[in-house]
Design a protein around this ligand. Structure first.
Ligand code: ATP
Ligand code: MG
Length: 363
């Protein structure tokens, strides 16, 4: 289903810089929940902030999206949710939810389609749960309202289901939580309420963008455990955005590493983190390996990432790359299929460099 024979992908060669053909595949046997192919997003007067982003998420699969601040993670998520900022625009590419007869091209979706899909087939949780809730309505009312509107439940059935869902996401005494207003709940409780709302209509895909960043470490671990459990019990596909590689290592089967608006490396989490092949991922890992790396953020590599709209003829990581060569600056960098579900966007890997770059760097 995600093979190179897919008609969408036939135009692309495995080392073509338009990386549709090498889109971070789901495994052959797995039903596909989401395919993003050649996505380009611009903001504020056509500044390109996300370019040539391609990836897939399989049913029940969890995929981690990491990268420094400003690398385009949130815009990618918002493009999938049809929630770009006013100045944002999908210039190119296709976002497809599901596969086969029930699939929907989200890039062509109008308002009515979005009303059907958002919440019902795709749910989302963000960093600041309070700002997504109405302060003047009880949280139970807000969840029950969603169940009435999207699932057509009666008032009574919606209220009962809301209490059940609050219990399911680990809120103690869900019957009293139902009657509370957002300001009466802690950050961790509010995030559980938002997760309950996000999963209430049993979506296929849950997008969690820094959903645990603002929470303390213990609550963060509890929320991640909850997401893992929901993925198993509901066969949810999960796109998890985080700055924390340890969170990806614990939670995600596959990882996408973003830099300067592009995915520069992707593959099974254990393999990518155990043997990173792109110099940027290697830099991330070396930063992360200093001392106790588990909770370090990614924002400490010397130099600045390119700004949105910054045009560069070659590799966008070149100005910070320890192994940059003239060829890196010459033109668009192809995505190389490294085998076993691994992809990387680096000139030297495209040449089929036989010496693993990680060894060269540490020599
Ligand atoms: N509404 C907007 N107007 C102008 N530029 C924007 C807007 N939203 C995002 N950008 C720019 O697009 C780029 C990608 O932003 P995005 O929010 O996707 O990054 P991110 O990877 O989610 O970063 P963070 O880790 O800080 O959340 C950044 O350079 C950002 O400044
Ligand atoms: Mg963000």
């Amino acid at each position: 289903m995600s093979s190179l024979s897919d008609p969408d992908l036939q135009h692309a060669h495995p080392q073509d810089h338009r990386s549709g053909a090498v889109a971070g595949h789901v495994e052959e046997h797995r039903e596909r929940t989401l395919r993003v192919s050649g996505l380009q997003v611009s903001v504020a007067d056509h500044l390109v902030a996300v370019q040539d982003v391609s990836f897939e998420i399989g049913r029940g699969e969890s995929v981690g999206l990491v990268g420094e601040s400003g690398s385009g993670k949130t815009l990618t998520c918002r493009a999938v949710l049809g929630l770009l900022p006013d100045s944002g625009h999908v210039d190119e590419g296709r976002i497809t939810l599901g596969e086969g007869a029930g699939s929907v091209d989200l890039t062509a979706a109008g308002r009515a389609t979005w009303d059907e899909i958002r919440g019902a087939r795709v749910g989302a949780v963000f960093q600041d749960p309070a700002s997504y809730l109405n302060p003047s309505l009880t949280v139970g009312h807000q969840l029950a309202e969603q169940l009435r509107v999207k699932r057509g439940l009666s008032r009574r059935a919606a209220n009962l289901r809301a209490v059940e869902l609050f219990g399911e996401v680990g809120l103690h005494d869900p019957g009293s939580v139902f009657h509370q207003f957002p300001h009466q709940l802690s950050g961790g409780m509010l995030q559980r309420v938002l997760i309950a709302i996000a999963i209430s209509c049993e979506p296929d895909l849950l997008i969690a963008d820094e959903a645990t960043t603002a929470l303390d470490v213990v609550i963060q671990a509890e929320i991640l455990t909850l997401l893992r459990r929901l993925r198993e019990t509901h066969r949810l596909s999960l796109l998890l955005v985080t700055h924390d590689l340890a969170v990806v290592a614990e939670t995600c089967e596959r990882i996408l590493v973003m830099y300067g608006g592009q995915i520069v490396e992707s593959g099974p989490t254990e393999e990518v983190l155990g043997d990173p092949r792109h110099p940027y991922t290697q830099a991330l890992m070396s930063v992360a390996s200093i001392g106790s790396w588990e909770r370090r953020t990614l924002d400490v590599i010397p130099g600045q990432p390119p700004a949105a709209g910054e045009q560069m003829p070659g590799c966008r990581f070149a100005p910070r790359c320890p192994s940059v060569t003239d060829r890196c600056l010459a033109g668009p960098v192809p995505v190389t299929d490294l085998g076993e579900g691994r992809l990387a966007r680096c000139v030297r890997l495209a040449d089929g460099a036989t010496t693993p770059i990680s060894e060269e760097l540490s020599a």
